[in-house]
Design a protein around this ligand. Sequence first.
Ligand code: PMP
Length: 362
Amino acid sequence: MTATMPADLIRPQIRALSAYPVPSSQGLVKLDAMENPYEWPASLQTAWAERLSTVAMNRYPDPQGTRLALALRRVMQVPESARVMLGNGSDELIQILLMAVASPGRVIMAPEPGFVMYRMIALWLGLEFVGVPLNEDFSLDRPAMERALDTHQPAVLFLAYPNNPTGNRWSRRDVEALLDRAPGLVVLDEAYGPFADDSFLPDVGRFERLLVMRTVSKLGLAGLRLGYLCGPPSWMDELEKVRLPYNVNVLTQVAAEFALDHHEVLDQQAAAIRRDREPLSQALEGMPGVTPFPSEANFILFRVPQGKGRQVFEGIRDRGVLIKDLSGQGGLLADCLRVTVGTPEENQHFLKALEGSLASAT
Ligand code: PMP
């Protein structure tokens, strides 16, 4: 009998992929992953640890995360008529959504450049992914989106609001037009909602096929891995059937509930990040050859002189700061790098590193 090799069993579409890359940030100022840079006040950290010490680790968690879902409803003002599903990060909620609709030939759609997991998870599940290019200024190309909806009839349209990696938010009128036109589910991914001026959460129930997905990751709890999906019961009841039992562990449930009871800490931190985004953007604007793009998120995308993306990124890293290099993707992201808004000190460190890197880029 011949030995079975990966090539015999693993689908060609999977073999052609690369695993999601997470570079090492050891010893570097970490401004690559849209994390909140702030810690909690020491007194609350102690109370938090004490609360966690009471958790029964020998028992499975509450399968629905009932108390946590109630806390999220209250703090995030989820409309009464919406149902809430918790996920192990919103990544898992994307996976749940796509598992529920997966069948051969089905299409998943999103504007591009966009969040990579929509495409990745679609491919894992044997679905087809159609990315619709944004305009040069990263606004939605509404006629192109409408044509693509009519042609491909996607089962799910993802609209990140604001968008990653561009940082901008679509016009509400464009989104509402697409909500009326789309034949399938429309998921407004509000991962960066805490830093934006608008949300579709109050509109859940007003549009029949609108779901709103959120996460606590960018808000300051990335380590907990907790996302939540809000939608009408008719859709949520079906999605519930493909959720793994106990998908949100007991430590996450208890820790997140504690954090939400003290959400004013998270709110203040988000306000500081929003406040510091403006001077960071202005400083980028003032650098020769650098163009920052408008952001309603906790990061800023910026373009560096032509052909210098990788070199400038590496120069910044050599000076002790890790950001994200998107320049290799080309197209609309040619020469583009993305920096997360950090503490004022981290932002200064980054700006100095960028200045030095630009000066030495040949
Ligand atoms: N949606 C968008 C638009 C994102 O940028 C990210 C994280 N980069 C996520 C979802 C996933 O967030 P998490 O799994 O941490 O909840």
